[in-house]
Design a protein around this ligand. Structure first.
Ligand code: GDP
Length: 199
């Protein structure tokens, strides 16, 4: 499951502009600032990868990266519903739903959740929404190294998030605990991706 090679493919503003859907792909989503770019760089051991396509402004882009010449990692726009307001939220849902529904080669979504803050309702809503749309996904807790002073520990935040999900669901999705700083959880996550690609 090692990443030997990684490269930026293209940025698309619409699903129809995405690269052909011939390769299995895995899509990263999460709140803005959750550590999505850092995780992408960490998974690929390529510190400059995520920056290649970064554009200023509020442009919503679907960024495709090709890994080992045979699968795609996809960076979808971050969400931040609280600040952004209802219209922005609906726009994000419409934009990403279109992607989820039309990408036949989408194997699994990686929903990133910041473990250094208490559970955020918007992340739970996003998980509920993915389950409703029957999109396969796992949860990737980020920044497990990032302990905030006078705050609940990351382990407590993670436990609380899982408890909130367990209240409604019979079965929890696969969960990973990661840090892009220390590399924690990286091989487990790459192992998960490899196991699904081989199915
Ligand atoms: P994005 O907006 O989701 O792409 O998030 P970034 O990858 O740009 O990261 C947002 C901020 O969180 C940056 O200041 C990163 O340095 C920091 N960050 C990301 N991942 C980690 C991590 O694993 N540990 C710690 N301590 N900080 C992180």
């Amino acid at each position: 499951s090692n990443v030997r090679k990684s490269a930026f493919v293209k940025s698309s503003t619409r699903v129809v502009d995405c690269p052909p859907d011939a390769l299995p792909e895995f899509a990263l989503i999460g709140r803005s600032n959750v550590g999505k770019s850092s995780l992408l760089n960490s998974l690929t051991s390529n510190d400059r990868l995520a920056k290649v396509s970064r554009e200023p402004g509020l442009t919503k882009l679907i960024n495709h990266y090709i890994i080992n010449d045979n699968w795609h990692l996809v960076d979808l726009p971050g969400y931040g519903f609280a600040k952004a307001g209802k219209n922005n939220r609906e726009e994000w849902l419409r934009f990403t739903k279109d992607y989820f529904i039309s990408r036949e080669n989408l194997v699994s979504v990686l929903l990133l959740v910041d473990s250094s803050v208490p559970p955020q309702p918007v992340d739970k809503q996003c998980a509920d929404w993915l389950a409703e749309c029957e999109v396969p996904f796992c949860i990737v807790f980020t920044k497990i190294d990032n302990r905030k002073r006078d705050m609940p520990t990351n382990a407590q935040n993670i436990r609380a998030f899982k408890q909130a999900m367990a209240e409604e669901w019979e079965e929890l999705p696969r969960c990973f605990e990661t840090s892009s700083r220390t590399g924690a959880g990286k091989s487990e996550l790459l192992g998960y991706i490899a196991s699904l690609r081989e199915m």
